[in-house]
Design a protein around this ligand. Sequence first.
Ligand code: CR1
Length: 841
Amino acid sequence: VESSIPEHMREAWRKFSASGFKTTDEFEKEVVKHIETTLARSLFNCDELAAYSGTALAFRDRLVIDWNKTQQRQTFADQKRIYYLSLEFLMGRALDNAMLNVGLKNVAKDGLADLGFRIEDVVNQEHDAALGNGGLGRLAACFLDSMASLNYAAWGYGLRYRYGIFKQEIENGYQVEIPDYWLDFNPWEFPRHDVTVDVQFYGWVNKYTDENGKQVTSWQDGEVVVATAYDVPVPGYGTPTVNNLRLWSSKAASGEFDFAKFNAGEYESAVGDQQRAETISAVLYPNDNLERGKELRLKQQYFWCAASLYDIVRRFKKTKRKWSEFPDQVAIQLNDTHPTLAIVELQRILTDLEGLEWDVAWDIVGRTFGYTNHTVLPEALEKWSVPLIQNLLPRHLQIIYDINLFFLQQVEKRFPKDRELLSRVSIIEESQPKMVRMAYLAIVGSHKVNGVAELHSDLIKTTIFKDFVRIYGPDKFGNVTNGITPRRWLHQANPRLSELIASKVGSYEFLKDLTLLNKLEAFADDKEFKKEWAEIKYANKVRLAQHIQKSTGVSVNPKALFDVQVKRIHEYKRQQLNIFGLIHRYLAIKGMSPEERKKLAPRVSIFGGKAAPGYWMAKTIIHLVNKVGEVVNNDKDVGDLLKVIFLEDYNVSKAEIIVPASDISEHISTAGTEASGTSNMKFVLNGGLIIGTLDGANIEITREVGEDNVYLFGTLSEDVEDLRHKHFYSKTDFNPELKKVFDFIKSGAFGDQSAFSALINGIVDHGDYYLVGDDFDSYCKTQDLIDEDYKDQDAWVTKSIQVVSRMGYFTSDRCINEYADTIWNIEPLQVKEEDEVRART
Ligand code: CR1
């Protein structure tokens, strides 16, 4: 590693090198210094936000020291690195996580108390980093946490959106979207004005022979936009490794505006270029599991891929290695197809810019990339129109055509005369206009393709990618079942439970090796332990009840069964099944005698989740939940027996309050539609049981925790197609109980019934694609079983302990190790033991 400072002058650097606080006094000194100088405030105007800012800056300093060292260590070791390309990183808050990861939360707690603040209030000042929609973005965040905690040399690459996912408010029962401008004060990012990349768009392709008789292909006269790096430190837990998340921000190439126009008095158009360029990284597209083919989205994708690859290649070139060694130094993982253009861009760099032969370059590309598929929903599979790419990225379109040509020739050789096969697997769909099938391009350009849970990985092999299994053989396709980080989703969200577990299993080591949870099994019948376990769940429910009271004005009884469904609102996730079930329950309660009512277990049903702004059906579901809540929660007959709550603006920090407080949570997608789900894992890890279909990771959760400990219901994935088909022929055997629910809605019980007619008609008249009618009966019966079981609190608590003890498999550490072994071929970087020990104490 080169240094600009000569050896004989480094003494002063060593002497004054920053080391970071360790004691409460040192912490307080840092906080006060930052508040008084960095923020120019004082003890006379220090509110909670200023206390947060000062604390965050103090911890940031602490992280930066380890961050710098990690980067030096990784450069020095010169080993293979992982590059995780994701358009979404749903990080949530950073301060609490940083405090726990460096093991100084107690120091901060005492220090803040000394300065007049409660640590919880301070932590709550932080704005969530919400650069993602749902599971896909949160998975990326869990993976970053695991890669750092396991000491892998890894980088995340994404976009620095000025606006993250919108903030949701509920007005008169309707969702309203508010922009999420989150960058006002963000101490967790470091602008790197010296790390920039020029990214080109539009222009034309010039092919000619140069003076040496060499064929040259050059993409010229395009419009240039500058990408500037913003770096976010990602600390590992109990290790000095702090990795880097690099987010790109767009600016006009000139840097300034057009002076000629400015002089001529055309002020507005003078800043036009500037604004157009900045638009690229301005906003996160708010769709989950849906792609809409907008030009700006394609621009985002290329902007980010081009900047990231330039950066990766630049780092590789510093090592002065041969190109053939690129895949031994670089593993790039594509989080869904959003970064597929990176494949094309690397091929362009290697051939057009570096002069490698096509085949040599293509071999390097294939060995570098891995592709993770996250969905089989057809509306979410990306396709880009050929004319759009032609205009925006003319050279890339040519390369895509060449990739396709060589691929189809290879297929033709192995399967001669199968024209059907050729047209099925072609990267170009022969439609009007022609479309580029991004998933096919990603498969052809990667050495491994994986799904995110067993059922899903089987499904992609037998349905959407079936032909590719024939072509490449089954070994190219694998499964890595998703996981979650136990640091955020247990230790941080549920500190009391984490502490209780640590007291029984001997230490906090389980946070690094989650299989150690199995030691809890021995206490599943321990009376004293069960009491403490139940008390913690109750306290978490009280905390959620307070939050519900504050945000909705409804008081709920924390002794009631808390039933939670929080996730993006989507027809395939079937929040409609849940709310229809609740209307059914409401009607049942209304029909009961007072004696019968006394026997019923009181229930609080909690919904949360955003609908994509253009997704009308999802918005209708939100509207219905809110209207049902208004009626049920104000019905004197019902009282505590049922409350229906919609919590607005579900996000990571709210999840940290909600997840530890569930008795039951709902994961009830139509079988075969939810690729994995990850909140199912979070709830169970916190001692909540689940009701679910045999879908996604529910299946593996059931295998791990035991069938007796999961409430399963509904149609199996293999029967879904037949049922859908049948719906179009016979509608006679429609579920009569569900029909009563629909009639009640139609009677105007929840306001203007026409507001809900599309929702009902989709089920009654339009084929019930998501099988709500088919699964309604078994869903309701399973809920009745839950009511019964919940009455036996003693048995319930035993189950709760048992399931947690069996959740070791679902840590994202296990996922990352599987990716490392089966896809990336990479080992962690050794960290000196004394550094580890220091980080843990
Ligand atoms: C899936 O719907 C899965 C996450 C993370 C989502 C969800 O079941 O848990 O990915 N897919 O793997 C997605 O967003 C674009 O696809």
